[in-house]
Design a binder for this molecule. Structure first.
Ligand SMILES: [Ca+2]
Length: 468
């Protein structure tokens, strides 16, 4: 651009130099110096105007070129991203193809092996039948021989010839020995058949296990590729179009608006089924629901870790799954409670859930002070409150096992502030306090001894709150 401007200025100077002598030649020799000076000034003004115009033109051109450069850069960045996405999709489909081929080969191998095993089984069965047949023949022969021996012995007794008697006795003895040897051989063979049968049974079990493994990994692959193709249409700009949604809010952002069961895949975790509560503001992943007492919540550590119940009814999603969804932080917990007069209340708290190594510690960072309602869970969890069950007492009361004293598993502090996993009591609740205190309660709403009617706990990224 600078070069262009210099060229323009130079040509301007040349034009001026050409025009100036003409003006001087056109003036009469006697015109005087003053007139010549005026003409000169007038010419300079024109030149200035032209030069100014040209400068503006140059400036405009420069801006246009700069803008074009920025646009070109944008386009090339977008192209790069697009290329990368295409390459990744190619790689992913290649990988799926390779996996599919490997599975096919494995399945073929298994089929071959199954065929071989069937052949062996048939052979063994034949052999066993032969053996039984042989045994029967032997039995018959033996009884015939016995008869012969008997008659020989009787004959010997009738005719007391010592030589014949001794010969017959030794014959009978050798026959007996032969039969015994035969019997031993048969028993030996039967034992071998039995061992073979056991081996075959074990092989069959292994084959069945492998077959079910192959089937489930096939289903996983199908699920993955169908998810990939379903999403690639709407999410072309994503870096990896085959990725599953990592939680319900992501599904909401992808256009899902109907509450129900969906499959999600939290980062660095296996795909899981969850119940998504889709609201106008976003998608909430439900982690707990109590509504009718149909599921027993008085479970041990392992059950609370893995989860239990039915996603369409009452359930606990599982500490491991909740942690896998919210492990990166930035999540909020929303609790909806209702009492037997159908009054409802919502508690919303920012929260973090540690992993197994922290005993799934619940941490609720204190932003200002907690409201009375919030304090039933918030107050004791500001610096991390581990989860407790009957068989794992991690609570803050040293002389009591809160989970055993009450019921279910919860982030117990000193047993008394809240427990949404307690026993479900229909209305009216039991009269005795020591029974009622085992129920579902939220101390700072309906009090310590009021068993609540329903509870739903759900989580979502904190961004959802800024919208609602
Ligand atoms: Ca304790």
């Amino acid at each position: 651009m600078k070069a262009t401007l210099v060229t323009l200025t130079l040509s301007l100077a040349l034009v001026t130099a050409a025009a100036f002598p003409f003006e001087r030649k056109g003036a009469s020799a006697s015109g005087g110096a003053a007139k010549e000076k005026r003409v000169q000034y007038a010419a300079w003004d024109d030149v200035n105007v032209i030069a100014h115009g040209l400068l503006q033109l140059g400036q405009g051109l420069k801006e246009h070129v700069d803008k074009t450069k920025v646009q070109m850069r944008d386009i090339s960045t977008k192209l790069k991203v697009f290329n990368r996405t295409v390459t990744e999709m190619g790689k992913e489909s290649q990988r799926l193809q390779v996996e599919g081929e490997a599975l096919k080969v494995r399945a073929r191998g298994l089929e071959d092996r199954e065929g071989q095993l069937l052949n062996v089984t048939a052979e063994l069965r034949e052999k066993a039948e032969e053996m039984q047949q042989e045994r029967r023949t032997m039995g018959e022969r033996m009884s015939r021989l016995e008869e012969r021996v008997d008659s020989m012995l009787q004959g010997a007794a009738g005719r007391p010839e010592p030589h014949t008697g001794a010969k017959n006795r030794s014959d009978a003895r050798s026959i007996q020995l032969m039969l015994e040897a035969q019997n031993r051989r048969i028993d030996d063979l039967m034992e071998r058949i039995r061992l073979q049968q056991e081996k075959l049974d074990k092989q069959n079990v292994r084959i069945r296990t492998l077959q079910s493994q192959i089937q489930s990994s096939r289903q996983r692959n199908n699920l993955r590729s169908s998810n990939g193709s379903a999403q690639s249409g709407v999410t072309e700009q994503r870096d990896s179009p085959v990725e599953m949604a990592s939680d319900c809010h992501e599904l909401f952002l992808r256009g899902e608006t109907v509450s129900g069961i969906y499959t999600i895949q939290p980062k660095n975790a296996e795909p899981i089924n969850v119940f998504c509560e889709m609201t106008a503001d976003g998608g909430w992943t439900v982690i707990q629901r109590r509504q009718d007492g149909s599921v027993d919540f008085d479970q041990l550590w392992q059950a609370y870790e893995k989860g239990f119940g039915s996603l369409n009814g009452e359930f606990w999603l599982g500490l491991e799954k909740i942690h896998s969804i919210a492990k990166d932080g930035g999540y909020i917990l929303n609790i909806n409670l209702s009492d037997w007069g159908d009054d409802v209340v919502s508690v919303r708290l920012p929260f973090q859930l540690g992993g197994e190594e922290t005993k799934y510690s619940l941490q609720i960072p204190e932003a200002g002070t907690f409201s009375t309602l919030e304090s039933s869970l918030g107050t004791d969890a500001t610096s991390g409150l581990p989860f407790s069950t009957h068989d794992q007492d991690n609570d803050q009361k040293s002389d009591t096992n809160c989970a055993q004293h009450l019921s279910g598993g919860w982030w117990f502090s000193n047993c008394g502030r809240s427990n949404l996993n307690g026993r479900y009591f229909q209305s009216p609740p039991p009269k005795q306090r020591h029974q009622r205190k085992q129920g579902i309660f939220w101390k700072t709403w309906r009090g310590r001894y009021y068993p609540l009617k329903s509870s739903v706990m759900m989580i979502a990224p904190a961004v959802i709150e800024n919208k609602s």
